[in-house]
Ligand binder design. Structure first.
Ligand code: SF4
Length: 173
């Protein structure tokens, strides 16, 4: 891209896209093995009482239209492949938020025969919201901090990207 006008135009378009993304992030919610406690808090967060839409966050049904993947629960063997598939279907740049102790580490389900651990054992995570379950205020705080980091950096840097082999590990006998 040698033309300076073209470079300026591209830069303006990139800034516009980042501005639009930060001010209207669409989110998809995935339960990879939660007891539903965290899911109820996420639903409460989206109600008019807590009004997540004031930050432009809108719940979206399709991963192809979503910017943020909100995950609850530990990752079970059955959910692993689906979680990876949903993550891969989301367009770049995409962000993952782990909600609740189980999504962070496996929590109450840690060590169960069919539990693989927290979300970051399977896909890269950008924001962690602890609690069992975290209250709507904590979920809002986590999402606002994620949006704040996007404003500061354009996009958060990830330390490393774990491999995303979509195969399901066979349970050990
Ligand atoms: S963190 Fe607590 S409420 Fe959330 S899925 Fe785990 S056990 Fe349930």
């Amino acid at each position: 891209m040698n033309n300076p006008l073209e470079h300026t135009w591209q830069s303006v378009m990139d800034q516009l896209k980042t501005w639009a993304r930060i001010n209207s992030p669409w989110a998809i919610h995935f339960n990879s093995g939660s007891c539903n406690g965290c899911d109820i808090e996420i639903l409460a967060t989206l109600t008019p009482r807590y009004d997540m839409e004031r930050f432009g966050v809108k719940l979206q049904g399709s991963p192809r239209h979503a910017d943020i993947l909100i995950c609850t629960g530990p990752v079970t063997r059955q959910a692993r492949e689906r979680l990876i598939r949903i993550y891969e279907q989301m367009p770049e740049p995409k962000f993952v938020v782990a909600v609740g102790s189980c999504a962070l580490t496996g929590g109450a389900f840690q060590g169960c025969y069919n539990v693989m651990g927290g979300i970051d054992q399977v896909i890269p995570v950008d924001a962690y919201i602890p609690g069992c379950p975290p209250r709507p205020e904590a979920i809002i705080d986590g999402l606002v901090k994620l949006l704040g980091s996007l404003k500061a950096d354009g996009a958060p840097e990830r330390a490393s990207e774990p491999p995303l082999a979509a195969s399901v590990l066979e349970p050990s006998s």
